[in-house]
Design a protein. Structure first.
Length: 350
């Protein structure tokens, strides 16, 4: 039976929305793993549909919860891929749970519930699918996930609306590259031009989750295994607690990095210098920075703007930022490629 979740039990990640819901309605047991949203067109090519199903299956086998909107096409393929792997999947529906949409997927929704999956809605009852509910659903879907993947999308697409929300909320955004002659994938090309990351393997998603410290792969593939750090070398009781913190619906409790801190940390390097040092290896995308820093996107953007105005960073058309001259800001640095330095004329003036 559907139940209402509100107050402290509300999924914390939904609070990142500009107007967070006061309650949600769910049917099925809440998942205990991080979630990846897979979205795309309702009329996909056969290749894209097969890829979405395979991708969801691969991720579900690694213990990732697959989220999607329950629509025909790519959404359906994603849910079915998770079921194929015996994994967990969540349908964020654009209607109330008593008016599930689309009606053609009623058997799929039943199969998901029978497999301990979840149906989640923002509306209590008597709310059918409407233009406005799709936008609200897309926002919630992007908020709940730890990464969002667009498999195939035309220029005008609800999937691109979900991608827009992912960028706004600082969720990592992956896009499966489309061929130029595929009109059903032109939206993917535009998303890549806007700074989304091209997805070539599910392993890239697992790496992204590990970087967020919300997921440890269960795979035996050595390429997916990260060397344990001193922080991870803790008693089993501590590891169990950390695992509980990875839940899609419990949120992540990692402490945000304060980029404004000026007190020297270990080794005599201030937190602000450590924050700037993130760029020493090259450009970083704002989506990645938001997840690493644990800062709200507006606050992060203000910080980046201030660093750009100070001549520390330079904004790139891809949505990335790079250092103008790393040697001026990072102690012990040997400099940065010439392409990231300020022109000599500017250096002389400063």
């Amino acid at each position: 039976m559907p139940r209402c979740i509100s107050g402290s039990q509300l999924p914390p990640r939904l609070r990142d929305l500009p107007v967070a819901p006061n309650r949600v309605y769910v049917e099925g047991p809440l998942p205990i793993r991080p979630g990846v949203a897979i979205v795309g067109t309702r009329q996909p090519t056969k290749e894209a549909e097969a890829y979405a199903r395979k991708l969801a299956k691969q991720l579900a086998r690694e213990g990732v919860t697959i989220l999607s909107g329950g629509a025909l096409g790519i959404d359906t393929a994603a849910h079915e891929g998770a079921l194929d792997a015996g994994g967990s999947t969540v349908v964020v529906v654009p209607a109330s749970l008593d008016q599930l949409y689309p009606t053609e997927n009623q058997p799929l929704f039943k199969q998901i519930l029978d497999s301990d999956g979840v149906l989640l809605s923002l509306w209590e009852a008597d709310r059918g699918a409407h233009y406005s509910t799709f936008f609200a659903r897309n926002a919630a879907l992007a908020a709940l996930c730890h990464a969002l993947i667009v498999v195939e999308a035309p220029m005008r697409s609800g999937s691109r609306n979900a991608a827009k929300w992912a960028r706004r909320l600082g969720r990592p955004l992956f896009v499966v590259p489309a061929t130029p002659w595929n009109v059903r994938g032109r939206g993917c090309i535009l998303e890549l031009q806007a700074g989304a990351r091209p997805l070539l393997s599910y392993k890239e998603v697992l790496t992204c989750l590990r970087e967020q410290r919300v997921f440890v792969s269960s795979s035996h593939d050595p390429a997916l295994q990260a060397a344990p750090s001193a922080k991870d070398a803790r008693p089993a009781e501590g590891r169990a607690e950390a695992k509980a913190q990875m839940s899609l619906f419990d949120g992540s409790r990692q402490q945000p990095v304060d980029p404004h801190a000026s007190e020297p940390a270990a080794g005599g390097v201030s937190e602000s210098e450590r924050w700037v040092a993130r760029f020493a290896a090259g450009p970083r995308h704002v989506d990645v920075l938001a997840q690493e820093c644990g800062l709200p996107l507006p606050e992060l953007q203000q910080m980046l703007l201030r660093l750009c105005l100070d001549g520390v960073l330079r904004a790139l058309p891809t949505g990335e930022y790079c250092l103008d001259d790393v040697r001026q800001h990072v102690p012990g640095s040997q400099g940065h490629p010439e392409s990231h330095r300020r022109p000599e004329s500017q250096q002389k003036k400063s």
